[in-house]
Ligand binder design. Structure first.
Ligand SMILES: [Zn+2]
Length: 228
């Protein structure tokens, strides 16, 4: 691999085999022999700065992860197209029988920012333009809010509103809706602030985002259960 960046990845893999793999060898073996039983389905943005495992302190086998641009969930659409996000949702719920689905938005999301840009459709971005339609409804709500005059506040607000819309879209999937109605599956809206490293969760009784961890990690190093 001549490219310097790829050489860094190669070195990283060597380090993984020498240290992390050895540390987790028994865990990897058990997961291989017994299969996976993740704690949750995590739907996050493809953004390289959002690292689901790192920000949740997760290890091998802990999270079943879907990542796409903008952490969007397309509504249920049973047609002849290929639906990557939809199929992974169905697999997580119907096959793996996971009980919790987290949609995690984040600050400074490029997908959300692009909703406010005039992007010309070409044969190089046709799927991206179509996918970004999933942010149009959150954008419309945000544009009616008090944040309209402050670009950064508007973007942060759109990012959060979008999470709630994607949770609603999850309920269009019969496999999800049925289990949510039965109290067997629970939906969680999270928002990760990249600058502070803090995850907030959406409280659907108070209609607001609140810190997932109650303790300030700079003053208290106790590990808390990260469910909401
Ligand atoms: Zn993003």
């Amino acid at each position: 691999m001549p490219d310097k960046k790829l050489q860094e990845l190669e070195k990283g893999h060597e380090a993984f085999r020498a240290v992390k793999f050895k540390e987790n060898e028994n865990r990897f073996r058990t997961l291989t022999e017994e299969g996976q039983n993740p704690k949750a389905l995590f739907i996050g943005c493809s953004d390289s700065r959002v690292m689901p495992a790192m920000i949740t302190g997760s290890g091998p086998g802990d999270l079943f992860i879907i990542r796409n641009i903008g952490n969007f969930v397309a509504p249920y659409q049973p047609d002849a197209s290929y639906h990557a996000t939809a199929s992974a949702i169905e697999y997580a719920i119907s096959v793996l029988e996971l009980t919790d689905i987290i949609v995690c938005g984040h600050s400074d999301c490029g997908a959300i920012a692009s909703l406010y840009k005039d992007i010309k459709k070409t044969d190089e971005n046709i799927h991206t333009i179509k996918w970004l339609e999933l942010g149009e409804a959150p954008k419309r709500v945000a544009m009616m809010s008090e944040h309209k005059g402050d670009q950064q506040a508007l973007l942060r607000y759109t990012e959060k509103v979008s999470v709630i819309f994607q949770l609603q879209n999850l309920l269009t999937y019969p496999a999800v809706k049925r289990r949510v109605d039965q109290g067997k599956v629970f939906l969680h809206g999270w928002y990760y602030d990249m600058k502070s490293g803090v995850i907030d969760y959406y409280d659907d009784e108070l209609y607001e985002f609140k810190p997932l961890a109650q303790d300030d990690p700079t003053t208290d190093h106790k590990t808390k259960d990260a469910t909401c």
